[in-house]
Design a protein around this ligand. Structure first.
Ligand SMILES: Cc1cc2nc3c(=O)[nH]c(=O)nc-3n(C[C@H](O)[C@H](O)[C@H](O)COP(=O)(O)OP(=O)(O)OC[C@H]3O[C@@H](n4cnc5c(N)ncnc54)[C@H](O)[C@@H]3O)c2cc1C
Length: 367
């Protein structure tokens, strides 16, 4: 068996950031990343943006040489089957065993399946290989149906329309993104999408996926040689739950240092319900930058350096020619104040009279 050391499960921003942070503090202890994804660690946000849209996009977080130079052992295409917190072992689906002194769980989220007839034939967009498959399919198609009015659905629909496909976005709510940002923003996002060439069908759900499109609950048949399921994600807590780690609200509970309930086991990224020091309470943050930040905190804690998660969560997204920037705690708000400003608008979300989030939307100048 290989010498024990530091292990990160997952090669997303949380796992990679944890591993590189630990390595910087401890140059000699073995550091391994075990990941089910066979691709060299890459950036996910561009997959529904510039990468899908065509241009050359360098997605790599680090080169192969960088991992070699930093002596970080990458085991790609390796799925962890279970962890044993008593013997401090990670066991892969192939039966390989790795002892750990410190383990960071960063398995991210899994797509929520589209459970309607034909639903499994819709293309997901969760990984590099999904994005390559979608990009290829889009090249040979004239029509696309995108299911789901969240950020990834909106971004993807706008990009597919920009690639010349006649694209329809099916949104169960009255407007895209309205559940997250409220009806005023939803209406504006609707307009951004139609301006980008997307037809938006609201307040209905897909009941069947066929080989040439989808059928919605109203009976309408929507053409889609390419059908994309952007139907949301859920944190993948299987490994943690089976190992008996504390979970709550479908997430792995960690303190502000990213420590789980098990000794020498940390968690970071989409999978966590993490205590944020600035908020003074547990917070859910399913964003790229926050996953990397939590990975950093987990890596420092494992290395014995004091660190806490205290950043305000947030993300950026691109819909057509608009950039949306959100910072905040993502939870419930009582009121929202929208104000116009040159080239866009801003929204302040309040709960109990206090600002709990801000959204800034800016039109990008034409290229
Ligand atoms: C198309 C797309 C666009 C996005 N755009 C944005 C954006 O614009 N802004 C933003 O902030 N966020 C965006 N996100 C979300 C962001 O990518 C995630 O919040 C972030 O990747 C979460 O990081 P993570 O490290 O927790 O998990 P992930 O990046 O999901 O990585 C999890 C890793 O764990 C591996 N894994 C899972 N189970 C196992 C197992 N049992 N054994 C071994 N390995 C396992 C997976 O293969 C994967 O490598 C986007 C996501 C997608 C898919």
């Amino acid at each position: 068996m290989a010498a024990p050391g530091f292990i990160a499960v997952g090669s997303g921003p949380a796992g990679v950031s944890a591993a590189e942070t630990f390595r910087r503090r401890h140059p000699r202890i073995p550091v391994r990343i075990l990941s089910a994804d066979p691709a060299l660690p890459y950036s996910k946000p561009p997959l529904s943006k510039e990468f899908l849209g065509g241009g050359h996009t360098n997605l790599e977080l680090h080169s192969v040489g960088w991992f070699a130079r930093n002596d970080i052992d990458l085991h790609l295409g390796v799925t962890v089957d279970h962890i044993d917190v008593d013997t401090q072992e990670v066991v892969t689906v192939g039966g390989a065993r790795y002892r750990y002194w410190h383990l960071v769980l960063a398995p991210g989220s899994a797509a929520v399946p589209l459970s309607v007839p034909g639903g499994d034939s819709a293309q997901p967009l969760r990984s590099f290989s999904d994005a390559v498959a979608l990009k290829m399919a889009a090249r040979f198609a004239d029509t696309a149906a995108v299911i789901g009015g969240g950020l990834v659905g909106c971004e993807t629909a706008a990009r597919l329309a920009g690639m010349g496909l006649s694209t329809t976005l099916v949104v169960p709510e009255p407007a895209p993104l309205c559940r997250r940002f409220g009806p005023d923003v939803g209406e504006r996002v609707h307009k951004m999408l139609t301006d980008a060439g997307v037809r938006v069908v609201t307040s209905t759900t897909v009941i069947e996926v066929g080989s040439d499109g989808v059928t919605v609950a109203t009976g309408e048949r929507i053409a889609g040689e390419v059908v994309v399921a952007a139907t949301g994600v859920r944190p993948d807590i299987r490994l943690a739950a089976e190992a008996g780690l504390a979970t709550e609200r479908g997430r792995v509970v960690v303190d502000a240092h990213m420590r789980t309930s098990a000794r020498n086991v940390y968690a970071a990224g989409d999978v966590t319900l993490a205590h944020n020091v600035a908020a003074g309470r547990p917070v859910v943050a399913e964003h790229w930058r926050d996953a990397a930040q939590q990975g950093l905190v987990a890596g420092l804690t494992a290395a014995g350096t004091p660190a806490v998660w205290d950043k305000v969560p947030g993300f950026s997204a691109t819909i057509g020619t608009f950039t949306l920037k959100y910072r905040g705690w993502g939870g419930r708000h009582d009121t929202s104040d929208l104000s116009e400003r040159a080239g866009g608008f801003a929204v302040a979300y309040r709960a109990g009279g206090r600002v709990v989030g801000t959204l800034d939307v800016t039109a990008n100048p034409a290229p």
